[in-house]
Design a protein. Sequence first.
Lengths: 349, 349
Amino acid sequence: MSPTTRAFTDRLGIALPIVQAPMAGFQAGRLAAAAGAAGALASLPGAALDARRLADESALVRAAGVPVNLNFFCHAVPAPDAERQRAWRAVLAPYYAELGVDPATIQEGPGRLPFGDEALDAVLTLAPAVVSFHFGLPAAAIVTRLQQSGAQVWASATTVDEARWLDERGVDAVIAQGLEAGGHRGMFLTDDLTTQLGTYALVPQVVAAVKVPVIAAGGVADAKGVAAALALGAAAVQVGTAFLRCPEATTSGPHRAALASPAAAHTACTNLFSGRPARGIVNRLMRDLGCMRADVPPFPTAVNALAPLRAAAEARGIGDCSPLWSGQNAGGARDVPAADIVRGLAARL
Amino acid sequence: MSPTTRAFTDRLGIALPIVQAPMAGFQAGRLAAAAGAAGALASLPGAALDARRLADESALVRAAGVPVNLNFFCHAVPAPDAERQRAWRAVLAPYYAELGVDPATIQEGPGRLPFGDEALDAVLTLAPAVVSFHFGLPAAAIVTRLQQSGAQVWASATTVDEARWLDERGVDAVIAQGLEAGGHRGMFLTDDLTTQLGTYALVPQVVAAVKVPVIAAGGVADAKGVAAALALGAAAVQVGTAFLRCPEATTSGPHRAALASPAAAHTACTNLFSGRPARGIVNRLMRDLGCMRADVPPFPTAVNALAPLRAAAEARGIGDCSPLWSGQNAGGARDVPAADIVRGLAARL
């Protein structure tokens, strides 16, 4: 390992320059603790856990004796827009009918909340080693309080401009999220998907542009991928998709089946499931409606209209209406414990 | 260098596992000879050179005492469609007016021809070390005759399916063209851009899927990029954008200026210039009309309508109507001789 990588792991107190990616909706403490015990940095998706769950799941990680990264979203909360929701439900009407879902049962409300003062107090009591952000950063005062508590603050960049923006605001590391990555694009200075760079182009340009360590994300699926990222100048890698089939993940049956099937060869960025572009395996809803649509309600309120469709379909073992998040290299995902995935990733270090 | 890489360079008789990418319209023998003399594989864009030019430019390379790769296109020639051309010229009408171009001066005709029996005879007399193809392969009998002549046959793959298809047809190497690459996407089994993989995801999956050596293309801009590609299992790399500002390239002034400017940070795939998706720096035409349009005439006939606009604008030093091909990592391109670019790429080998 290079001096940069060694400094990165030493500062965190972890054995390996591998971050288990936080995956909102697909994992909690069990996966994090297993990945952490194997030498990676354990991550929890704070955006998908209320304060009590976050404390409970953090305790699971703490019991493994390893540091934790708590991840949060930093989106702007959109104003309610009943007309847009109504129009979107009309688009989805054939699916409600087919799956026997009563649209009147759809939950209203803002869905996932961005990180703010309330979450801050809860997080500070958990003393995480890292607090990482997607979709930008919270207010400067929050970043400062987190860092004063001893936590590192990281955030995702999908362009060189975003990386510079984060570096100027004092983050401790930048996660360079290449276009190959599964799940939500962390983009926050642009909503133009053509600006999104592949990992191979993004990582070295971000390394050249910022002062802080860079964590490469997107397409890293095995030991060769780890070696390549370090060769490109990354201090570490972040890996998500490779953990999705682990028994410790909470990935649904249809999602696991899709990841293990030839369907995983074709992923695309879609805003259908949440209102923001995220990469997932192309499924029926994406094929039927198109992957990117202007009439989808804004993030995160698009989740509501699809939630009962997703539940009804998944109950029948069908992933047609589910976000089947996956990166462009699902080959690293296997039906093995997370520790085996970590060991495989670390095999050339 | 690994045994795979060493075997690859030894078989070709070149010093370095670096292929100077063939770039139709932006280089000929001068760049190829310079890159070849520095230890890379010299490439000529056969698609942009008639038989006489091809012979002359090949002689330049031969004079440098190095092997040559002749590259050709394998597209299907579209049927003439006057109505579609007329409709497309109507879209472009404001630009004809602005630049003082008389649409009556537009050249008709099929434009660049795919590789066929006629080109075959000319190519065989030139005894290239490699004949490489973009957009698929020519007829099996042509592939066989080329290989019987002693040439290796290579072709580009943009998906794992395409790589398998080429491997099954007996190519000697597969060029894994990641989404980061500048210029035309080599895609030929699909026209769906969402199938296109980033280099980081494509290369290891192609390496795992085919029997033959894999050449990584897309985003490789410096010695770190070369090292990363070899770590991912590639036998060699193909580099294009890094050569575009060399004095030996025929890149236009506006194109060179764009590559050296902040504009190079934003590239996109566009079919406006040729009818097929190709990656270039976003310019006025792409912003005005949108990068991908269904009403563009099919490749290569879209070139005709734009050619006089491009010429008129470039004569004024403006790249608004030009294909400013570039990959997503233009940082490797500098105003230095091609030999310096090759030396930089090879610095960690």
